[in-house]
Design a protein around this ligand. Structure first.
Ligand code: ZN
Length: 130
């Protein structure tokens, strides 16, 4: 069994699209799901240390217990937890990716990418390769 990790919004509309995209993108069997409302903004702003620690602890379990090979941070259309337009969502997701790449540097070969899910549930990758 192989795994990757999604750091995703709680929004039910984006769960299956993200799982389907990531299983194909990384050729894995399963996607461990870490959810918070508007999680890309949480990781971009980092105003809540307890919330950040909780997310990092869950990523650590996914990487160490499941040998997750990649972490994806998700922003999406019509997000109630981060109610800003697509351009600001992209800025937040890229900042979250930068932060998680720094945090995940202690793991061997764990890639971090950013995703955007539009109003039709179409997923696109918004980061360049590490
Ligand atoms: Zn959301």
């Amino acid at each position: 069994m192989t795994f990757c990790t999604a750091v995703n919004c709680i929004d039910g509309r984006v769960q299956l699209p993200v799982i389907e995209f990531l299983t194909d993108r990384f050729g894995v069997d399963y996607v461990d799901m870490i959810t918070e409302p508007g999680v890309n903004r949480i990781l971009a702003e980092r105003t809540d240390p307890g919330g950040i620690d909780s997310i990092l602890a869950r990523i650590d379990i996914s990487v160490t217990a499941h040998n997750s090979s990649a972490v994806a941070v998700v922003g999406h259309h019509d997000c109630k937890g981060n109610p800003v337009d697509e351009s600001q969502q992209t800025i937040d997701t890229l900042a979250a990716v930068k932060y998680l790449r720094e945090q995940c540097a202690r793991y061997k070969d764990v890639r971090v990418i950013g995703l955007w899910v539009d109003g039709n549930g179409t997923v696109s990758e918004i980061t360049t390769d590490q």
